[in-house]
Design a protein. Structure first.
Length: 276
């Protein structure tokens, strides 16, 4: 369960580049141990805000506190040791002949190859996590032979070997088919439930159906502004998402997850009358 101590506190954050405001006056708080999400259309500022939270981009104004450390008053390099980012496949290139287990072990060192001695304890942790993400049988298989979905689950295990306090998942199911997407989402959901002290999880996506049932906090961005924030039932409403995406949608909730339904009438409004 989320604790009282915030993992992320953002106050009045604005990011300007070349006289253009990419983010404007963002305010958001995420408790430690929560599962949160940043949602919004392409170009809404999701990835920029993630870079701010990671300490990779300095805001033009505003205050940022992550894991109790206020930016400007802390060593960001040291803070990043408690944060892990998992991005869509292709963001990191590993040795093509490295094994699945080897890739997970690189997570201890933050490298793309194994250049340091691996201890038996590291081996045990990596093997345990491979089992938890469903890749125990693929441990000694070359990483390059894994499917795209299997690679993503491998990267999640890699991020978790150091027990980060904040895990950021940046569009982790991009380019995955339906089965692979569901396997990745199920893996993250189960890892949260199996861990007595789970990290704060931040999911970044533009697809409502990718939000985990464990999600408790949602920030909805539009054109660099905070359009809505709060609990999923407060934010993921038909009228709210229709306004964000500028066309009518219906939000459905089934099995603890949210789904967006688009009527054919909306297609007619977007592209003109459909051919008969």
């Amino acid at each position: 369960m989320p604790s009282e101590q915030p993992a992320i506190e953002i106050r009045g954050v604005t990011v300007k580049r070349a006289n253009r405001a990419i983010l404007r006056n963002i305010n958001w708080t995420v408790p430690a141990g929560a599962c949160a999400a940043i949602l919004g259309p392409n170009g809404s500022g999701k990835s920029t805000l993630a870079r701010v939270i990671m300490g990779q981009m300095w805001p033009s104004c505003g205050e940022v506190t992550v894991l109790g450390e206020k930016f400007g008053q802390t060593d960001l390099n040291q803070l990043r040791e408690s944060i892990r980012l998992v991005q869509s496949i292709g963001a990191v290139e590993f040795d093509p002949d490295e094994t699945t287990l080897g890739v997970v072990l690189t997570g201890f060192f933050g490298t793309v190859g194994l250049y340091h001695a691996v201890t038996p304890a590291m081996q045990r942790i990596a093997n345990r996590l491979l089992g938890q993400v469903g890749l125990k049988k693929e441990a000694n298989q070359p990483y390059r032979t894994l499917s795209t979905g299997e690679r993503m689950r491998c990267l999640i295990a890699r991020a978790l070997v150091v027990q980060p306090r904040l895990l950021i998942l940046d569009e982790p199911t991009a380019a995955l088919d339906l089965l692979a997407r569901e396997q990745v989402l199920a893996t993250v959901q189960q890892l949260i439930h199996r861990n007595h002290h789970p990290p704060t999880v931040l999911m970044i996506t533009h697809h409502v159906e990718e939000l985990l049932p464990a999600t408790t906090h949602v920030l909805l961005l539009k054109a660099g502004k905070s359009f809505a924030c709060g609990k999923p039932k407060e934010v993921l409403r038909s009228e709210v998402l229709s306004a964000v995406y500028d066309f009518p949608v219906q939000v459905l909730r089934r099995g603890g997850r949210y789904w967006v339904h688009v009527h054919l009438q909306a297609w007619k409004e977007l592209s003109g009358p459909l051919s008969r």
